[in-house]
Write a protein that binds this ligand. Structure first.
Ligand code: SAH
Ligand code: SF4
Ligand code: F3S
Length: 476
């Protein structure tokens, strides 16, 4: 799962805003699961009569949905809280609340700072309306119990209309990697029923979404609670139910990357050929210390299997530099692994010790400057590899692109994504809009972005054109 830039949710799609209703503003930090959780929170609050505020200054309630995965993520929240504090003087009665993983990790330690009125952990969002009422009456509130069953399965997230939607299929994590706080902030793994997920995906298609990303910390350990159907079964069921919708998922764990899952991805044209498969380290000693449950050799065997079945499948990974006891030899093994796999992209982090994890007790013995140097070497190597891959394999190639909107850098250009999750920038065309599907030819590339020319505007598949005749898996 990737840490995202902060998302300022302006909630334009609030169904109804009561006159005089209290207004809520929510800011989302952390991973995609938090983005979907914020949509769940908005749905709960909307059902309880809250309206949307476009700006924090217009809000009666400011909520920060937070991340605790690294110290840096938490520092950003502390800074934001200090920034928001003066607003209290301007707006007496303003309620500031912390949701998400940092709320769960720090609990009352946050309340004691006097910077917030409300602390609500990821499994307690149903209590928000009641806690907010209490907060308006002057009682600061905290709810951080983790649940073994809560999946918010009955709550339709309040999404901003667009082309791409997140769908959380499971919550929590049971893997307990020794560096990771997530099992402590998100609790035990639990899954939504398969039928309910498929039904949500179908509703999204009917509403005009063109792409869906199934979310979980380890989606490939998914099991339907009633039938035991696995993640490959779920993917296949979604692919069949909405044969023209793009289907993605995030994140998968190498330990659960089964042959069946790889074969299912290959069997359906609408399952995107992109896998984020975090490896963390290229050293077997470090992988064992991390409790990742695989060796480099086992990981490479999975990569082999993916590539022999889907030669065009793009791959990305996560790397941690400077985990405790990491030697130069371990570090060189990570560089070697990057050279062997040649990922399309990677998310690379300095190790950040998290209190309460197993590794916390082992200390943080790699000096900061060594961590930074190793991280920089990893980033430089990966950028070089991504650049080479894009030059050698992408330039000249045709790609079907789902258009997401104007390019952030240059609004005169459109931006979209390939099936393999690469960003493509191409010149605007009057007949192309958000949600269009186009064929582009790639003419240039950097390590992170492809630049293309428009070759053909493809028909946009619409819900009413969906036909049961296309239910058989296409040969890939
Ligand atoms: N469930 C996902 C990862 C979720 S956290 C998985 O297992 O693949 C996203 C990434 O943050 C991790 O893959 C890891 O690379 C990084 N990360 C997690 N804890 C960290 C820590 N304590 N210090 C540095 N990076 C960390
Ligand atoms: Fe954290 Fe490991 Fe679970 Fe991923 S699999 S969320 S890294 S404990
Ligand atoms: Fe996501 Fe950060 Fe929590 S990565 S699960 S928001 S700790």
């Amino acid at each position: 799962m990737l840490e995202l830039p902060v998302i300022r949710q302006t909630t334009p799609s609030f169904h109804r805003t009561h006159v005089g209703a209290r207004r809520v503003y929510i800011e989302t930090y952390g991973c995609q699961m938090n983005v979907n959780d914020s949509e769940i929170v908005l749905s709960i609050l909307n059902a309880n009569g809250y309206g949307a505020a476009e700006l924090p200054d217009e809000a009666d309630v400011i909520l920060l949905n937070t991340c605790a995965v690294r110290e840096h993520a938490e520092q950003r929240i502390w800074e934001r809280l200090k920034q928001l504090n003066p607003a209290r003087r301007r707006r007496p009665g303003l309620v500031i609340g912390i949701l998400g993983c940092m709320a769960e990790r720090l609990r009352s330690r946050l309340l004691n700072t006097g910077l917030v009125e409300l602390i609500v952990g990821p499994d307690e969002y149903r209590k928000l309306p009641q806690l907010l009422e209490q907060a308006f009456a002057g009682d600061r509130g905290i709810a951080v119990r983790l649940s073994r069953v809560e999946t918010y399965d009955d709550i339709e997230p309040l999404r901003t209309d667009g082309i791409s939607a997140w769908v959380t299929i499971m919550r929590g994590c049971d893997k307990f990697c020794t560096f990771c706080i997530v099992p402590f902030t998100r609790g035990r793994e639990r899954c939504r029923p398969l039928q309910s997920i498929v039904a949500e995906v179908e509703r999204l298609w009917e509403r005009g979404f063109q792409e869906v990303t199934l979310l979980g910390q380890n989606v490939n350990s998914y099991r339907d609670p009633a039938t035991g159907a696995d993640f490959a079964d779920l993917l296949a069921a979604c692919a069949r139910a909405v044969p023209h919708m793009r289907i993605r998922y995030l994140t998968s764990h190498p330990r659960d990357m089964s042959d069946k899952l790889i074969d299912t991805m290959a069997a359906y044209a609408n399952i995107c050929k992109y896998i984020h498969l975090p490896v963390q380290s290229g050293s077997n000693r470090i992988l064992a210390l991390m409790n990742r449950g695989y060796t480099v050799e086992q990981y490479l065997e999975r990569i082999e299997r993916i590539r022999s079945t889907m030669p065009d499948c793009a791959l990305s990974t996560d790397i941690i530099a400077g985990f405790c006891t990491e030697t130069e030899e371990d570090h060189r093994a990570t560089l070697e692994l990057l050279r062997t796999v040649r990922y399309d992209g990677a998310y690379m982090f300095k190790y950040s010790p998290r209190e309460g994890t197993k590794a916390w007790k082992w200390g943080d013995d790699v000096p900061e400057e060594v961590k930074i140097r190793r991280l920089n070497e990893i980033i430089a190597l990966q950028q070089q590899i991504s650049y080479e891959i894009n030059q050698q394999r992408e330039v000249g190639r045709l790609h079907e692109v789902l258009v997401e909107g104007p390019s952030k850098r240059n609004p005169e250009q459109w931006q979209g994504r390939t099936d393999t999750n690469k960003v493509v920038i191409f010149p605007r065309h009057p007949d192309v809009g958000v949600g269009s599907r186009v064929r582009t030819r790639i003419t240039a590339a950097t390590s992170a972005t492809l630049f293309g020319e428009l070759v053909e505007i493809l028909p946009t598949p619409l819900p009413h054109r969906q036909s049961t005749a296309t239910l058989t898996p296409s040969e890939h």
